[in-house]
Design a binder for this molecule. Sequence first.
Ligand code: AMP
Ligand code: ZN
Length: 117
Amino acid sequence: MAGEPQADCLFCKIVAGEVPATVVRETETTLAFRDINPQAPTHILVIPKVHHPDAASLAAAEPKIAADVLREAGEVAAEEKSESYRIVFNTGSGAGQTVFHAHAHVLGGRGLQWPPG
Ligand code: AMP
Ligand code: ZN
């Protein structure tokens, strides 16, 4: 069922505490932790605790939680003292999505090129 934990999902396992992560913030609905393979000095993932495969699916099913993810992305950037930062939602394998549990990448701490690759 949509939103239920998925046994084969890495981020559901992180939410359940079955896989360790460097958690920087937690709310009732979200978890923020450091990316294991950082692409910038600040590279934090903000995820909903509920399982949805990508950001748009999350927003369609749970708009309040999608907003929670965005708000937490801003809180994480503020805690990292990143005045300028980028929020990225890779969607689909062709765009680089490898974990099919919605997540925001919060990237900062260095100059970020535009347009992205
Ligand atoms: P994406 O490629 O957009 O699906 O993003 C998935 C991200 O998860 C990548 O940036 C990975 O480096 C990151 N990642 C994979 N495994 C872990 C883990 N165990 N803890 C933290 N980040 C992870
Ligand atoms: Zn999941």
